[in-house]
Design a protein around this ligand. Sequence first.
Ligand SMILES: C[S@@+](CC[C@H](N)C(=O)[O-])C[C@H]1O[C@@H](n2cnc3c(N)ncnc32)[C@H](O)[C@@H]1O
Length: 261
Amino acid sequence: MRPDKAREITRKSRKIHGWFSDRAAMLFAWLDEIQQMNHITGDIFEIGCHHGKSTTLLGALVQPHGEKLGVCDLFGDQDANISGSGQGDLEKFRRNMILAGDGLKISIHQMNSMDLSVDEIGRDYRFFHIDGGHDCEETLSDLRLAADSTIKKGIIVLDDPFRSEWPGVTEALIRFLDEYGQFSAIAVGFNKLILVRREYSDLYVPEIQRAENHKAYKLDYPWHIKELPFNGDPLQIFFIPSFLTKKNLAYFARKYVQKRS
Ligand SMILES: C[S@@+](CC[C@H](N)C(=O)[O-])C[C@H]1O[C@@H](n2cnc3c(N)ncnc32)[C@H](O)[C@@H]1O
């Protein structure tokens, strides 16, 4: 998806309550664009929708002819939300999904994602977003499902990978990478981590490193990019250097630039 279209959607969905930042939306649009460039087609799935903030963007990535969107959330069954992550609401979700455009068909699985199987959802996903239950067993189960249902060149995007308030997500990620050795984490930033099958990482990594893309998707200054090893593979890391987060002259200059962009 081109950056201007992504900006239009984030503008429209600004009032939806949720945790999906504008920068994460730009990252999703950019990943989709890389898939379009490489003629990677397939369906899109999300675990954990809450009121549909991230789902709206994902819905807009679905190509009208042939691709589908599937989602899973506990919605009304919040007693089963053991990690206390978000609070899905089906009525609000349906209302907000109008923003994704007419004619979008959504398969809604209102259930615990740990009970969802590949037989139920199929194995044709090019983009799989995991943002549901945040404890280790829930996240590990979601990662296994995503790995078993994505196409070879597809991607899995994991929310909250390295946050101190959600250690279970990090633990699940490490256990998953040990269990599914064919996957590697290729990039992290904007609170999302991207996983692909290692043999296809070259489709994504050079594009992720390209500075013109950072600029086009407004993921450049104040963000910087560096590469460090993670679990034995090189990981591209988007971050804001600490000298830009201190309340000095550079900090106020950044705020000023951000306000005007
Ligand atoms: C953090 S919120 C999702 C936020 C949303 N993606 C956004 O960007 O605004 C997590 C969601 O996962 C759902 N959830 C929690 N545990 C779940 C589980 N075990 N199975 C399915 N959904 C779950 C919650 O109901 C909630 O809607």
